[in-house]
Write a protein that binds this ligand. Structure first.
Ligand SMILES: Nc1nc2c(ncn2[C@@H]2O[C@H](COP(=O)(O)OP(=O)(O)OP(=O)(O)O)[C@@H](O)[C@H]2O)c(=O)[nH]1
Ligand SMILES: [Mg+2]
Length: 349
């Protein structure tokens, strides 16, 4: 799962990126596969408990990647198309909004709602351009086999239905699409359909202040520069530092949790003496999809999933007591995996 740090120039994206542990400095218009990335562990005390239980050779928490992107300009400049393309490659967007007064870029006083509006307008304009470009190309293509024409017509009708949402400023985030329609548009990676989370970058002295929320999206209030200092400290100094600023949880942990929420995903676990591991899947995903995460063979040859809810194992305290109390249960392909399920897939290929 990849989350893009997106915002207007000077909003604090790179500071936040460094606070997440990111290091690599890259040219602003580097190719997409060379953009700075940092992979952050998903903190999960349940997984740590399983590690202590199994003492495995390998311990593998789930991870979320964050990508530092250059500031999105609100006018046409060189490299903007590439930047929008890079944003499209992300699974979710963390909109970094400048709310601190300190003004090294000469941007004037913070105007967070206007900035949010600017970003969302840029997304809509980008989506509209993609949508209209494709509509034009589909209309121009005439001489094709009948079967392909029928598919093109369906795509055209769908895009023509979407275009007004981009034009009106509403976007397509809340639009109900059927599964086949969703599939048809997935390749376009429309920005106004991406899960969003808000990162409100406030001044060092403002992190503990209450603020009313800006939008319907999950929000995090932090001071990127404070968080940057935090990662530089020894682990034993970190808690004291957080307390001094009145910060409940480091941005690193809080952002990962928020990204999970925005993307509507959760974790299941696999356990054993070799490895204790967490895996990320969409909420509502079935056992066979979870199996496919582990290995495609497990999905192909899926027979049953042995399911042990983490809570039940934890309540039992150890494996023997858990087994004595009934242990795991067997579920089929269509079982909807719950957060914290420990799975063992029975399969045959
Ligand atoms: N006081 C204060 N300054 C900050 C904070 N976050 C960032 N800054 C300052 O704002 C300036 C820009 O920060 P960056 O992190 O480089 O911003 P950016 O969003 O990566 O900027 P671009 O990549 O140019 O779009 C730097 O001088 C930072 O030190 C903050 O939380 N508080
Ligand atoms: Mg930057």
């Amino acid at each position: 799962m990849k989350v893009g740090l997106v915002g207007l120039p000077g909003a604090g994206k790179t500071s936040l990126f460094r606070a997440l542990g990111g290091e690599r400095e890259k040219l602003p218009h580097a190719p997409n596969d060379e953009r700075p990335l940092v992979s952050v562990e998903v903190p999960d005390p349940r997984l740590e408990w399983l590690r202590d239980l199994y003492q495995p050779k390998k311990f593998t928490p789930a991870r979320v990647e964050f990508c530092d992107l250059p500031g999105l300009p609100d006018k046409e400049v060189k490299g903007k198309a590439e930047l929008l393309a890079a944003i499209r490659e992300c699974d979710a967007l963390a909109l970094v909004l400048r709310e601190f007064e300190h003004d090294p870029y000469g941007l004037g006083p913070p105007q967070v709602l206007a900035d949010l509006d600017t970003l969302r307008t840029e997304f809509l304009l980008g989506d509209l351009a993609v949508c209209e470009g494709r509509i034009e190309r589909l209309q121009a293509k005439k001489k094709k086999p009948v079967k392909e024409q029928a598919e093109d017509q369906k795509e055209l009708a769908l895009l023509e239905r979407l275009a007004p949402y981009f034009e009106s400023g509403e976007g397509i985030a809340n639009l109900d699409l059927k599964a086949d329609e969703e599939k048809r548009i997935s390749g376009f990676q429309f920005l106004s359909r991406k899960p969003l989370l808000m990162v409100r970058n406030v001044g060092e002295d403002q992190v503990a202040e209450d603020r009313s929320s800006l939008s319907e999206f999950p929000e995090l209030i932090l001071a990127a520069t404070v968080e940057e200092e935090l990662v530089g400290l020894a682990p034993e100094e970190q808690q004291e530092f957080l307390d001094a600023y009145g910060i409940q949880e480091s941005a690193r942990d809080a952002l990962v949790r928020l990204a999970y929420r925005a993307c509507k995903v959760h974790s299941f676990f696999t356990t054993g003496e070799d490895e204790v591991r967490a895996w990320t899947i969409p909420m509502g995903a079935h056992a066979v999809e979870a199996a496919g995460k582990i290995h495609s063979d497990l999905a192909r040859g899926f027979i049953r999933a042995e399911v042990s809810p983490w809570q039940s194992l934890h309540d039992a305290g150890d494996l023997r007591t858990f087994k004595a109390g009934g242990g795991s249960r067997l579920e089929g392909k269509d079982y909807v995996v719950a957060d914290g399920d420990i799975l063992e897939i029975r399969f045959s290929v």
